[in-house]
Design a protein around this ligand. Structure first.
Ligand code: CP
Length: 344
């Protein structure tokens, strides 16, 4: 693996491996000095051509927690505004000696295009309506940590499926991991589908949110993407909430152990009521926290020495790269053995 462009590129063994690695990094993040020298000497560029809070900040933190150098490419103040092409821009960044470029862009396919212009590893941090693979991985990590396993779980993806890269990525990844995926939303916000097949995987399409609510393990609410929706696609937001919103009354009808997820940013009071978003069922802040360890796992897998070998079926070599960094910044190899259990 030297790129992460879509979840389609990941085998189940690779997903399991990345999530195991993320568990190791959760342990690192719980230390008093939450940092390891695994990617010392590597350089990660954050190239965000579209706004982001969670993804940009967590990739930035993830790279720094691994001791990589981080450079931020600000599209708005770059020479793109003087007419420089995307290709020339990427080749210019590459010439400076970077190891990975993390790309967010409003247009589908731009991370793939960039991967053709650079020798650096490219990570898709969200491209238009297309894909958001690290969001799907962090959501799978969150569910495994919370529910124990994903296989056989009934996961409802609700809302603006058509415009959501999170829906595309998560439906594919949850399905790969053996979940029953249920899709619910207004017809105008569902992609074309034949029967129960959507984005190439088998899903259950339901019209009545109230009927399905008591049967699910996970209610994954999607943001109404007002910036991508033509005016005619929706009635009023109030009407949307009454039919497709996760209101307090609906959340009260969920099974006792069922959980609520949202990728953020939320439209509180539209797709999810504030009291539901802040309730004990909600995993929304856990999702954000897990974004750091999952993105550490992805960066480590792409740039670190422990390249995953599918034939190894989920095992990976322990490495001195996981050694501790002491509060004074020194690198303490003698403590490695004491930490091995945590790392593994
Ligand atoms: N979930 C997500 O991608 O959020 P940001 O747009 O804030 O990165």
């Amino acid at each position: 693996m030297n790129q992460l462009l879509t979840v389609e590129d990941l085998s189940v063994a690779e997903i399991d491996h990345l999530l195991e690695l993320a568990r190791s990094f959760d342990a690192v993040l719980g230390r008093s000095v939450p940092k390891v020298p695994a990617l010392r000497g590597k350089t990660v560029v954050l190239a965000f051509f579209e706004d982001s809070t969670r993804t940009r900040a967590s990739f930035d933190l993830a790279a720094r927690r691994l001791s990589a150098d981080v450079a931020t490419f600000a599209a708005g103040s770059s020479s793109l505004s003087k007419g420089e092409s995307l290709r020339d821009t990427v080749e210019t960044i590459t010439a400076m000696g970077v190891d990975a470029i993390v790309v967010r862009h409003p247009h589908p396919g731009v991370p793939l295009a960039i991967s053709r212009y650079t020798t650096a590893s490219v990570i898709n941090a969200g491209d238009g309506r297309h894909q958001h693979p690290t969001q799907a991985l962090l959501d799978a990590h969150t569910l495994r940590e919370t529910l124990g396993d994903i296989e056989g779980r009934r996961i409802l993806m609700c809302g603006d499926i058509l415009n959501s890269r999170v829906a595309r990525s998560n439906i594919a990844l949850f399905s790969k991991l053996g979940a029953e995926v249920i899709v619910c939303g207004p017809n105008t916000l569902l992609p074309p589908h034949s029967g129960s097949e959507m984005f190439g995987v088998s899903v259950e399409v339901v019209e009545d949110l109230d009927a399905v609510i008591p049967t699910i393990d996970v209610a994954y609410m999607l943001r109404i993407q007002q910036e991508r929706i033509a005016d005619a696609a929706l009635p009023t937001l109030r009407e949307y909430r009454s039919v497709y919103g996760l209101t307090v009354a609906r959340a009260d009808r969920m099974a006792p152990q069922a959980v609520v997820m949202h990728p953020g940013p939320m439209n509180r009071g539209v797709e999810i009521d504030p009291d539901v978003a802040d309730s004990e069922r909600a995993l929304i802040t856990t999702q954000v926290a897990n974004g750091v360890s999952v993105r550490m796992a992805v960066l480590y897998e792409l740039l670190g020495p422990g390249q995953f070998d599918d034939r190894d079926s989920g095992t990976y070599a322990l490495s001195a790269e996981f050694d501790l960094i002491n509060p004074d910044g020194s690198h303490d190899e003698t403590q490695q053995h004491a930490e091995q259990e945590v790392v593994r």
